[in-house]
Design a protein around this ligand. Structure first.
Ligand code: 5GP
Length: 210
């Protein structure tokens, strides 16, 4: 049984381009919410800082962490390795902090299957339509269009995992979406009533995949 004084684990996953990273950053501004910083073997992007956005490590270091069983979960995503180390997460939860995870469906499955003694709430974020997603993924030149087409194919595979999450939220407007997630987290923590329509989501997924 999760203790009332412990923090809550909140996972956000989504296909690429649904706006999840922005939402995680917005949620981290709420009092007592902190982001879990992952390790990755991916190279930093120009706007990313080591030890803040990620712990950027090489494959040897990543393998060492796997062998030492330091990961709560780890997965290969788009040819790079990503993982969440256990100790910082457990420390935060034991101090009563709510921990936000920006991780993919493989990591979400692993954490779910661990059945830890902390409350877990999982969210899957979806774009409002395929057209909006394609626009978000593509820029003006042809090279970006090809990458966007590749990501659209990946989207068709990733979206199928929606069913394994507690809540699916559509990111039609970032502020609106943030508020919906915040309300659902508060309702879960306080055992309040939840404004959530599963049939609506099921129809939305059908539209996105047809
Ligand atoms: P990006 O390279 O664009 O930052 O992230 C690529 C994907 O990896 C995203 O879906 C992100 O949520 C996921 N990801 C980031 N950190 C982790 C992690 O620690 N574990 C897992 N399983 N996925 C992660």
């Amino acid at each position: 049984m999760p203790s009332k004084t412990d923090g809550v684990m909140i996972i956000l996953s989504s296909p690429s381009g649904a706006g999840k990273t922005t939402l995680v950053k917005m949620l981290s501004s709420i009092d007592n919410f902190e982001i879990s910083i992952s390790h990755t073997t991916r190279k930093p992007r120009h706007n990313e800082t080591n030890n803040k956005d990620y712990f950027f490590v090489n494959e040897d270091e990543f393998k060492r962490l796997i062998n030492n069983e330091e990961f709560l979960e780890n997965a290969k995503v788009f040819n790079n390795f990503y993982g969440t180390t256990r100790t910082p997460v457990i420390d935060k939860l034991n101090k009563g902090k709510n921990v936000l995870f920006d991780i993919d469906w493989q990591g979400a499955d692993q954490i779910k299957n661990k059945k830890l003694d902390y409350k877990l709430i999982t969210f899957f974020i979806l774009p409002p339509s395929k057209e909006v997603l394609f626009d978000r993924l593509s820029n003006r030149d042809m090279k970006d269009k090809l990458i966007a087409e590749e990501r659209m194919k990946q989207f068709e595979r990733d979206v199928l995992h929606w069913i394994n999450y507690d809540y699916v939220v559509i990111n039609d407007d970032i502020k609106n979406c943030f508020q919906k997630i915040k309300n659902l987290i508060e309702a879960e923590i306080d055992s309040g009533s939840k404004d959530y329509d599963l049939e609506f989501i099921r129809n939305h997924v059908n539209k996105l995949t047809s």
